[in-house]
Design a protein around this ligand. Structure first.
Ligand SMILES: *Cc1c(COP(=O)(O)O)cnc(C)c1O
Length: 389
């Protein structure tokens, strides 16, 4: 068994193992895709953006895909149209942008618990917090689908709108159905760490004509073309440059998803026998994009806390992230007023660790990360003694 670098031996990755690497297509392909628009002087919201919207709508089997400047702006435009300042129930175990989009549209984020095994919005907790006149915003956490149909029926019972933060989930499937077709709208991100990249960008996916129309108008200041703005919109257009990168990145999505799936399987097989390491549970029959591969460390069994493990991995040259710590309700932007009590979320957020995940991560490197983690639990008492918290 190898000896952990934190105890003074050679790091497993002296050159470093990055946490993520953007899945960028060859630049020549991006330039070729962009060239016709560029030479015509069409720089934003032109034919390449249209082609991207059509390609994604075809893939997902939805009526409308509207490209925007980011997932955050897409969520803002959708929520402005559907929820318009309503108290909106969302998980606290998500990225801050989910809550920001609610707050920027004048709504009040109402934080609910997550499930300790899937890390997804806890439906019972959401039900207890959803009041008539409210809305729901649920995240497909780390690319694994949340229980979308349960959330739809919970909201449907009181006529509340449902939006999904699908930032991680382009390419995921819930019980055979593509993510993108659930709720009133789903919003994907194309920022650099996501599965398909545009540099910056977002995609609103919806079967509802009125939602699509509101986002098309809203991304262009609310101006339908006559400069008589119909509501307070944004500049949330996507540029042709971003769309050209996104289209070429999309062309590689199946290959990249397959690689991510293989890497995730290898991590699972390797970590299965390690006490105190629980991989995110993906519901039976669902397909995750594995935007992130995230485990929960149980210190009682593993012998070390999440923070101990992250620090020891750093010594090995292995880069990790504690996604999502701190949970949103504990961030300074939200931790004021009446304290929000979410013990399950606090516990999960204190134990999670996302491991290196990107399509060209080799299975040999995955095996090495697994071995290093195994060696860590074996040397836990010595590690604590050497570098106490
Ligand atoms: C990245 C991310 C966002 C924000 O996406 P942008 O395109 O950067 O605005 C929103 N929600 C979640 C869950 C994310 O991970």
């Amino acid at each position: 068994m190898r000896r952990p670098a934190v105890l003074g031996s050679t790091p497993a990755f002296p050159q470093g193992l990055p946490f993520a690497r953007p899945s960028t297509p060859p630049l020549e392909r991006v330039v070729a895709r962009l060239r016709p628009s560029y030479e015509r002087g069409a720089l934003t919201n032109g034919p390449v953006v249209r082609a991207l919207e059509e390609a994604v709508a075809d893939r997902l089997g939805v009526r409308h895909v509207v490209a925007v400047s980011s997932c955050t702006s897409g969520l803002m435009l959708v929520l402005r149209h559907l929820a318009d300042g309503a108290p909106t129930v969302l998980p606290s175990f998500t990225f801050s942008a989910s809550a920001h989009a609610i707050a920027w549209t004048g709504g009040r984020p109402v934080f609910a618990e997550c499930d300790p095994a899937t890390f997804q919005l806890d439906v019972a907790s959401a039900r207890a917090r959803l009041a008539p006149g409210g809305a729901v915003l649920a995240t497909h956490v780390f690319g694994a689908p949340c229980p979308a149909e349960e959330i739809e029926s919970l909201a449907g019972a009181i006529g509340a709108p449902v939006v999904f933060d699908a930032a991680h989930a382009l390419g995921a499937r819930r019980r055979g159905r593509a993510i993108g077709g659930f709720g009133d709208a789903e919003v994907f991100s194309l920022s650099p760490t996501k599965v398909v990249v545009a540099g910056e960008g977002g995609l609103v996916s919806t079967d509802h004509d009125a939602v699509a129309e509101a986002v098309r108008l809203g991304r262009d200041y609310g101006n339908p073309g006559d400069y008589d703005t119909r509501f307070v919109g944004l500049n949330a257009r996507m540029s042709e440059l971003h769309a050209a990168l996104a289209l070429e990145s999309l062309a590689d999505i199946d290959e990249n998803l397959a690689r991510r799936g293989d890497i995730a399987r290898r991590y699972r097989e390797g970590l299965e026998g390690v006490p105190g390491v629980a991989c995110q549970l993906v519901d039976e029959g669902d397909e995750s994009t594995y935007k992130d591969f995230t485990v929960a460390i149980g210190p009682e069994l593993f012998g070390l806390t999440r923070d101990n493990v992250a620090r020891a991995l750093k010594h090995e040259g292995i880069d990790t992230r504690a996604y999502f710590w701190p949970p949103v309700h504990r961030q300074q932007a939200y931790a004021h007023g009446e304290p929000v009590v979410l013990p399950v979320t606090d516990d999960v957020a204190g134990r999670v660790l996302s491991l290196p995940m990107f399509p060209d991560l080799s299975l040999t490197d995955v095996d090495c990360v697994v071995d290093v983690i195994g060696a860590m639990t074996a040397h836990a008492p010595e590690i604590i003694e050497r570098s106490p918290d």
